[in-house]
Design a protein around this ligand. Structure first.
Ligand code: MTE
Length: 303
């Protein structure tokens, strides 16, 4: 973790545009939307190599959340109706303190921090997102995984009255994801509850979602209602749908192409239509932090 800067000042982490918009508003020229003037917190830590975070409007407008439809704009159109309070999360399996928890029972407000991460979708687009949340390991430690637990599995809410996309029965709902225990305990793995200091927008997975920055975006499961501890590799949604295309690990890897497209480059959302694609980085740029988790594994086999 040492290569990350922890001494960032407000100006270091405030995208110029956001900063300028704030100034404009301060001068009384409040022409900008509220969303574009949100400052990043002074304490935000940059884990994205100094790259400028995407605008909140982009982060909220271009989404994958199949419970609300398959179009990139369906979550923004339909997720507003999702009731996110009250919210309960069932904890079960090989764990000392199973039960049903509210978000605030799982997360101490004091543990919440803001971290700017690269986010790489398997469809070869990417963003840079300032998440608010906690290290997953802090939550897991509270719950007490038993020594036999080798994996942690997550499930998303299934509520047909508020989630029109559930009518699509090509997916075996609930949306499921999972991590090996050492991946789950890694300090980069977060449970996120907000973006840009705002409560998590519904389309991004309110009230609580996973963020695993070195893996393709589909591992980052949204609107979590169940956390289970198990000694078996848990079934995961995209692997169940297309096992040859999506593995359990799903680490970002520019050298292992998806069977139908290259993973060597990516399109950054917010870059112009004619902007050059960016090279994808091994483990999405987090290689020095996470490569050791996969030592000795053939990453073409464990994709
Ligand atoms: N979680 C649920 N429950 N349902 C989904 O369809 N899509 C995944 C992931 N988490 C998805 C999900 C995929 S494919 C991606 S790329 C990311 O969410 C997108 O996160 P974002 O919309 O916040 O950028």
């Amino acid at each position: 973790m040492s290569r990350f800067r922890t001494d960032l000042t407000y100006d270091d982490v405030t995208p110029k545009e956001v900063f300028l918009n704030r100034r404009a508003v301060l001068r009384g020229a409040a022409a900008m939307s509220a969303a574009s003037i949100l400052p990043l917190q002074a304490s935000a830590r940059d884990f994205a190599g100094g790259e400028t975070p995407n605008k909140l409007e982009d982060i909220k407008a271009y989404n994958n959340f199949y419970e609300f439809g398959t179009g990139k704009d369906d979550p923004a159109k339909h997720a507003g109706q999702l009731t996110t309070s009250p919210w309960s999360i069932k904890v079960d399996g090989m764990v000392d303190r199973p039960g049903t928890y509210s978000v605030s029972e799982l997360i101490d407000a004091d543990d919440i921090e803001e971290r700017i991460y690269r986010f790489r979708c398997v469809e070869a687009w990417s963003m840079v997102i300032p998440w608010n949340g906690v290290e997953l390991n802090k939550v897991l430690a509270k719950l007490g995984p038993q020594p036999g637990a080798k994996y942690v599995a997550f499930e998303t809410l299934v509520r047909p009255s508020e989630m029109p996309g559930l009518r699509n029965n090509s997916i075996d709902w609930p949306y499921r994801e999972g991590l090996r225990m050492d991946e789950a305990m890694h300090p980069l793995t977060m449970l996120a509850t907000g973006i840009y200091g705002e409560p998590m927008p519904n389309q991004n997975g309110a009230p609580i979602r996973l963020v695993v920055p070195w893996k393709y975006g589909f591992k980052s499961i949204k609107s979590i209602v169940r956390i289970s501890f198990t000694d078996q590799e848990p079934p995961t949604t995209w692997n169940m749908l297309q096992p040859r295309e999506y593995g359990f690990y799903s680490n970002v890897n520019p050298e292992v192409d998806h069977p139908r497209w290259s993973q060597a480059t990516e399109r950054r959302i917010g870059d112009g239509l004619f902007a050059r694609r960016r090279p994808t980085l091994m483990f999405n740029g987090y290689e020095s932090e996470v490569a050791s988790l996969y030592e000795g594994m053939d990453l073409t086999q464990f994709y």
